[in-house]
Design a protein around this ligand. Structure first.
Ligand code: AMP
Ligand code: GLY
Length: 425
């Protein structure tokens, strides 16, 4: 079959890598892709926001399955456009994607369906939000309703900081319309973990556990990023807890969306805080996490196509996929300055040496090829190095061995990916 992957990050490179190993995939395309995906797929120069051209391309090439990486096209209705053209697409409808696209919708949905989450209220008026913060000692997290590229959440450590976030969003409108409505919620203390599943509108297949590292510096210091590294499995999520998350979170979510007339078909990602052993949902995402997808695709040891096609058609295969029992750990290498401003166009050295190690996979993200063929940086998160190992420690050692071969001017990465599973490297 012919498969099109939409996106250009490490997640999409990892998905392409896994799909390229599927016996049923005869031709693989990636739009727009990156220099890494170009080695596995035909890159198609159409941006993720250009839905009209993406549909036209898929029609012309008679694409059998389209897999959407990032949330933005899903939250603006790409699923329906493809469906209307008679094309199969893996990813939820716009209505179902509101679980990610609107934080207010998702919190109200959780409340309605008794899905455990932090106490909250919704505001569009600054004075009312400030009064709520004054009345509730633990109401310290302020979130913009709409998509804000990971920058719309303020986890305040004091009442003053929380008040400042309210003013920024509602009075100064720093996030524009995304922050026209806000949530103020209780700050939870615990350990964060991601549970990523594939849903077919009714049933749910939970994937292997994984854990992301959001802050930019070692020791979880500094501002949050899209993710500086991830590993799988995550020891904090044992079988018992995983079963509870399925019963208490994933199945009620899918049942609730189906009852509302918007069956959720695609990746259902629950960002959780484990508080005294109990799971609470911080947020939903409607697509694979990035970087979590990198160790997950490295460990998914089966044909991915039947799962994606099955979910999109409302009939997930009954059997569970095979997983590589080894651990996988991904270190994201970024441009210096990220998540703030950073330089582009820095030549990248050492890729070939890093790739030569056994059980090391390199997934590119913000890279570009210069006219003279030199690979250069072109984004904040430049690439991810994923290694497999018999245990997390070995995976970590192998990943950093490869990371240490790669360099460019200003390169930054965390030295402690995996620390919550093991302690510092
Ligand atoms: P979100 O995009 O809603 O997952 O929020 C981004 C990050 O903010 C999460 O990954 C957490 O680290 C943190 N966060 C969000 N909500 C809470 C909360 N209620 N309590 C503590 N931390 C939170
Ligand atoms: N790594 C977190 C996310 O993809 O949302």
């Amino acid at each position: 079959m012919k498969v099109l992957v939409i996106g250009s990050g490490g997640r999409e490179h990892a998905i392409c890598w896994r799909l390229a190993r599927s016996p049923s995939v005869k031709q693989l395309y990636c739009a727009p892709g990156n220099p890494g995906t170009a080695a596995l797929a035909t890159n198609v120069p159409i941006g993720v926001d250009n839905q009209q051209e993406l549909v036209a391309f898929a029609r012309k090439e008679t694409i059998d399955l389209t897999v959407v990486g990032p949330e933005a096209p899903l939250c603006t209705g790409i699923q329906r456009r493809f469906a209307e053209a008679g094309l199969l697409l893996f990813g939820p409808s716009l209505e179902a994607a509101r679980l990610e696209g609107s934080k207010v919708f998702s919190k109200q949905f959780m409340r309605e369906h008794d899905i455990p989450t932090a106490a909250f209220d919704v505001f569009d008026d600054a004075a009312a939000a400030l009064a709520y913060i004054a009345d509730h000692d633990r109401a310290r997290v302020v979130k913009a309703d709409g998509l804000a590229a990971g920058k719309g959440v303020f986890v305040a450590s004091s009442e003053d900081e929380a008040r400042e976030a309210v003013r920024a969003l509602l009075t100064e409108r720093t996030m524009g319309d995304a922050g026209r409505r806000i949530l103020v919620e209780e700050r939870l203390q615990g350990e964060e973990v991601s549970v990523i599943a594939i849903a077919d509108g009714e049933r749910v297949l939970t994937l292997a556990s994984s854990q992301d590292h959001k802050p930019v510096f070692d020791g979880d210091k500094g501002p949050n990023t899209g993710g500086m590294g991830a590993y799988s499995p995550a020891p904090v999520l044992d079988d018992a807890l995983q079963a509870r998350v399925k019963q208490e979170v994933l199945l009620p979510t899918v049942a609730g969306m189906a009852a509302a007339g918007h069956p959720f078909r695609g990746v259902l990602y629950a960002g959780l805080m484990i508080v005294d052993g109990d799971p609470y949902v911080l947020e939903y995402n409607c697509r694979f996490g990035d970087p979590e997808a990198q160790p997950l695709m490295a460990r998914f040891d089966d044909d991915l196509v039947p799962y994606l096609v099955g979910a999109a058609q409302g009939r997930l295969p009954q059997r569970a996929p095979k997983w590589d029992l080894r651990a996988a750990l991904c270190v994201v290498m970024t441009a210096g300055g990220y998540p703030g401003g950073y330089a582009r166009g820095e030549p990248i050295d050492g890729i070939d040496k890093a790739q030569a190690f056994d059980d090391v996979l390199l997934f590119q993200a913000g890279t570009a090829t210069r006219d003279d063929g030199q690979l250069v940086t072109s984004g904040g998160r430049v690439l991810g190095v994923t290694a497999l190992g018999t245990d997390l420690q070995q995976a970590q050692r192998r990943a950093y061995q490869a990371v240490d071969c790669i360099s460019w001017k200003g390169v930054h990465f965390r030295r402690d990916i995996g620390h919550r599973g093991l302690g510092p490297a």
